[in-house]
Design a protein around this ligand. Structure first.
Ligand code: NAD
Length: 294
């Protein structure tokens, strides 16, 4: 696989596309944001082609898109990936979308000589930059084996969850439910620490080696809260999207998730108040502001 398409060159897609270039592949990048395409072109990527052209040129295409709607449009739309792909194409979606979207795309691939894997990732922008992502892959085992040598250039932990196309997505939604809990927990606990007069840097040194330690505490505190800088990262809007999918999955299984419901409404309120495009850790700042105003 020498010619690889990459559609969606955002916070996650851009560093992944860059790593593929550095691994020696020819990478065709597409994004609505032409500045992102220019950045990739500056590194030697091929840009300026349409989705259908990329589908005809490449033999493997990754997507990293912000919503189920965007993924449906790119895969299933007129002149979309499935309609235009050459026989033998392998399509790999690394976005986090509703499990039903994975199923719809797999169904659309049937009857065409086109394969599809739904492979959400975890590890954040740092993981994408440092090639330490976790891939949670759902789909046919032989397709997984075909893509493995390429994704090994992007991540450290590559899992074939099972042959159900939405199995990786379900694992990822559970992952993000944990993230939703941890992010709110870190924010609320640090708010108490701050008002109790405890130095947060000192506290981190202590808790980092205690049971409170977690990768989300590390990430949210060291990467954002400590510097009071909430440039994403992983936006609150994206977290809200994934918690919504997790709640839909729970509904499908007739499960009530009362704590998650509460979290979701807290995040929704923060988005309404204008925090949606900031990193998810900004929920700490929102809680601080609420504390000060009460
Ligand atoms: P992002 O918003 O930074 O990037 C998405 C990119 O897709 C943007 O550059 C946008 O212009 C482009 N795009 C949107 N619609 C398009 C279309 N129709 N055609 C071409 N390009 C289009 O988002 P991100 O943070 O990179 O996340 C991408 C996906 O990865 C999401 O599904 C997210 O849930 C998932 N994810 C993100 C993180 C993270 O830490 N940011 C971690 C794991 C998974």
């Amino acid at each position: 696989m020498k010619k690889i398409g990459f559609i969606g060159l955002g916070n996650m897609g851009f560093p992944m596309a860059k790593n593929l270039l550095e691994a020696g592949f020819t990478v065709y990048g597409v994004d609505l944001n032409k500045q992102a395409e220019q950045r990739l072109a500056g590194l030697g990527g091929k840009t300026g082609a349409s989705i259908s052209e990329v589908a005809r040129i490449c033999d493997l295409i990754f997507t990293s898109l912000p919503s189920s709607e965007a993924v449906e449009e790119i895969y299933l739309g007129d002149e979309g990936l499935i309609e235009e792909s050459a026989p033998g194409m392998l399509l790999v979606d690394t976005s986090t979308v509703a499990p039903e979207v994975n199923v719809k795309i797999e169904e659309a691939c049937r009857g065409k000589a086109v394969s599809f894997l739904a492979s959400p990732v975890s590890g954040g922008v740092i993981g994408a930059v440092n090639k330490t992502l976790t891939f949670m892959i759902g789909g046919q085992k032989d397709d997984y084996e075909r893509v493995l040598p390429v994704v090994e250039r992007l991540g450290e932990n590559i899992f074939h969850v099972n042959e159900d196309i939405d199995s990786g997505t379900k694992a990822k939604l559970i992952n993000n439910l944990f993230i939703g809990f941890y992010t709110a927990g870190v924010a609320e606990a640090l708010n108490l620490a701050k008002d109790s007069g405890i130095d947060l840097a000192n506290l981190y040194d202590i808790l980092h080696v205690s049971y409170a330690s977690s990768r989300i505490y590390d990430r949210n505190y060291k990467g954002f809260i400590q510097d009071n800088n909430y440039e994403p990262g992983f936006t609150l809007k994206l977290l809200r999207k994934d918690l919504g999918f997790a709640m839909d999955l729970a509904d499908k299984h007739h499960l009530d998730l009362p704590i998650s419901k509460h979290l979701l409404s807290m995040y929704e309120e923060a988005i309404k108040d204008g925090y949606g495009d900031k990193d998810m850790s900004v929920i700490y700042q929102k809680i601080r502001e609420q504390t000060k105003s009460t």
